[in-house]
Write a new protein. Structure first.
Length: 197
């Protein structure tokens, strides 16, 4: 699976599966993230061994990972986490992080569209996302995708500095997320047509 896309500014990007051969590229991507993005990641991506284990999916759950690549470098990372054998088999957890210089260019929506297609194939009914309280910008992005806050667990998780944070759980049906993606791309195409006129 590899798809070529064009962002709002005309940048060409390739969306593809993340593989074990991407260790160096993946590690470089995470090292290049700003402090605010790194602060709320689930694992310590400053440790190369942790990034390697992540690539190998060394967990019981099934995780589908994709990346966006520009000029040979990873600029976005996304995942769909499935639990096909448990009581959450109708759910999938949605994860997405985009490099700062590629935010607000439509890349997040392209990645969301790919995760949506994967979720359909896996017969997922709803997607969830988990955020820490301070991730207000990320929360707005997910709300734009159709996610709604479902629960807040006070002081439930710790950030990379060891400080306790609220855990926000958001949820979205596949129909809702598709409506938001479709609406976004209709607007995106409309803007492109006006620019060409």
């Amino acid at each position: 699976m590899a798809k070529t896309i064009w962002l709002k500014d005309g940048t060409e990007a390739i969306i593809r599966e993340l593989t074990e051969g991407d260790l160096d590229l993946s590690f470089a991507f995470f090292q290049g993230l700003g402090p605010e993005d790194k602060a709320y990641l689930r694992v310590d991506v400053s440790d190369r061994e942790v990034v390697w284990k992540r690539l190998r999916n060394e967990r019981y759950v099934d995780i589908k990972r994709i990346v966006a690549e520009v000029d040979g470098e990873i600029v976005a990372d996304a995942a769909l986490e499935l639990n096909p054998h448990g009581w959450e088999r109708h759910l999938a957890e949605f994860r997405l992080i985009v490099a700062s210089e590629f935010k607000r260019k439509g890349l997040g929506m392209f990645m969301a569209e790919e995760l949506y297609e994967m979720a359909i194939q896996e017969q997922v009914e709803e997607m969830t996302v988990q955020l820490m309280g301070p991730q207000k910008e990320a929360k707005k992005i997910f709300e734009r995708l159709g996610f709604r806050q479902d629960a807040v667990l006070k002081d439930f998780v710790k950030d990379v500095k060891g400080q306790r944070q609220d855990l926000i759980i958001m949820r979205c049906s596949l129909d809702d997320i598709w409506n938001q993606i479709e609406s976004y791309f209709e607007e995106f195409e409309g803007m492109a047509s006006q620019e060409m006129a």
